[in-house]
Design a protein. Sequence first.
Lengths: 114, 112
Amino acid sequence: DAGITQSPRHKVTETGTPVTLRCHQTENHRYMYWYRQDPGHGLRLIHYSYGVKDTDKGEVSDGYSVSRSKTEDFLLTLESATSSQTSVYFCAIQGGLSSYNEQFFGPGTRLTVL
Amino acid sequence: QKEVEQDPGPLSVPEGAIVSLNCTYSNSAFQYFMWYRQYSRKGPELLMYTYSSGNKEDGRFTAQVDKSSKYISLFIRDSQPSDSATYLCAMNYGGSQGNLIFGKGTKLSVKP
């Protein structure tokens, strides 16, 4: 277990409401990532962080924002949820025993936007 | 052309068979190659990690990278029903560009 938790694990919300997903790590890793996984698209990067208050956009960042005020927490916010954001969201941390480039994933958050 | 191509399957094999899973990619700058296993409704689990060309073996699993052909493979020997899952290939440039580019995954079913 890479020491990553995500909350909530499941969420149903309505179009137009704000939603925040949390990723928490116990490993003190610098790099953290948010991906979404959709049928037919695979896993795609939303945003990533390379340190406290240091974040950057990924491939599918529109409609999402992130924040990282502590090393251990990386938050993903949907400012105004849309049905196209129904997906499974995974957080990942980078850094392993074998190589700094290994990435380990959390259990995921299943989000449904009605 | 997608950066990483992976046949989605599904692939069905009998228990004990050798399984070959493959991905091709278009960007020769990729340096690090990974294989993940994902069970239904779970997060991806890192199986194999390789840097540049060559082979790496871990138990029943062998990862192979051929950078000249832009082709990576994962072999599973003596496949078991517990190997039934979706297998994702992933790669990145390394360094500060650590975000992974994934294939869409191949769904494998190992029948007893």
